[in-house]
Structure formats: structure tokens, C-alpha cells
Design a protein around this ligand. Sequence first.
Ligand code: MF3
Ligand code: CO
Ligand code: CO
Length: 259
Amino acid sequence: MNTERIVCLSRQEIEKMRKAGQTAAELLAYLEPMVKPGVSTLELNDAAEAWTQERGAISAPLGYHGFPKSICTSINDVVCHGIPNAKQVLKDGDIINIDVTPIVDGFHGDTSRTYFVGTPSPLAKKLVEVTEECMMRGIAAVKPGGRVGDIGAAIQEYAESNGFSVVRDFVGHGVGRTFHTAPQIPHYGTAGKGKKFRPGMVFTIEPMINEGTYEVEVMADKWTALTKDRKLSAQFEHTIAVTKEGVDILTLHPALVTA
Ligand code: MF3
Ligand code: CO
Ligand code: CO
């Protein structure tokens, strides 16, 4: 049983989370043009680490429970937590999720996107588009008076109606001064169930959507999670805050934020 308390953040703390979140979004935007055939995932990692240090920020994944690198790079059948490696080189037709979490002034900004390397297959394109829409529908399900189960229900309905499956073994999470905290946010489930949304709650919505079975396997490196059937998996992630009116996406790029 998870009895960890859900921390609600103050307005000032949420503005700090927005700074961290925007830094995370900027880091993804910085890495995106590097996503080309021939680039290794270690090159992406090292560029991310250098960029983060230049900002005076810290890469949360590095050393987190022993994770050896600064970002996660998850290609094709890797569901999440792929470890950057010099020998792993991107090739045309791959899909790659890049997951970044800079710590800025003590707060974590956690976001990820799945990118196409060169030209995707029609199936890969559909999976990635459906996964991004799953994340957005999950975010749209956060409403005053609602419950955590509303998120998973919205995501599961859209994923499964498109013939895909929702990963069970990894969930969204509360985030703030701590990388992973309560509440857990499953990307499947039943509307009306689970914890009630309260203004000031800050958590991630980060659905992993699979082409085939939702079952995953963790490799001998203890991190890399891959689909049991070795079919494709995609993921998108935003960090959001619950507000009195609805929801505030904290990991939007500053150029996309108006007023
Ligand atoms: N950023 C991942 C998440 O979305 C967590 C990565 S933990 C690591 O929760 F140790 F693998 F980096
Ligand atoms: Co993440
Ligand atoms: Co996360």
C-alpha cells in the first residue's frame, strides 16, 4: 500500500516547477535536430549533459538509484529507461523517446517525446501520433472535482480503440522537489476511481503505448524495459499542475506559452 502523502505545492513553488519544466522543454527542443541517422544515443546524452550544466542545472537521472546516464533514450521496442550508449546508433525508420529531467533551483522538470529518425513506417507513425493524443486526452481529463482514474480511463479508451495497448508496469508520478513521489498515475483504469484532484497537486502524465502486448521485460542491465513481444512502444510525458480551473502544463516550451 502506498501511504506516502500527496504534497500540494504553493503558487511560488509551482512557478519554480514551471521554470524547471520550461528548461526541460528547451532541452528537448535543443536535442531534436540531432535526432538523425548515424547519431549515437551517447552523443545525445553528452549534448544534454553539457547543455544542462551550462544552465547551472542538474540532470536528475544521473546516479538516480544507480542510473548511469543523464537522459533516457528508448528506441523502437524499448518501452522506457533505455541507457545511452556509444554503440547504439540511430537508423532511418527508428522511433526514439528522449526523456529529460533537469533539476532547476531544487525542482524537477520531467518531460519526454518520441521522435522519428528519418522516415517512419505508417504503423510507427500511427503509434506515435496515437500516443501523443493519449497524453493530451489524459491531461484534458484533469478537472476540478475529478479523480485520478479519469486520466487512465481516457488514455486507455483512446489507445485500445486504435488497436494498441497501455503499459501497466510504469505509471506517472507526483514530482516536485522529489523526482518520484505520490500519487501514482496509472495510464489505464476506471473513471471516477482513485484520489480526488486538489489544486496544487503536481504530477506527470506519461503514457507508454504498445503496438502489441502491454507486457514488458526488464533487461539484465536492470533498467532497459522492452516489450515482451518486441513490437514497438512509444511514450510522451508532460508535468502538470492541478489548478482551481483545471490544469496547467508546466513542461511547455517558453516559445509556446502566451501571456
Ligand atoms: N524520467 C523518467 C520518468 O519519467 C524517470 C527516469 S529514472 C532513471 O519518470 F533513473 F531512469 F533516469
Ligand atoms: Co520522464
Ligand atoms: Co516521469
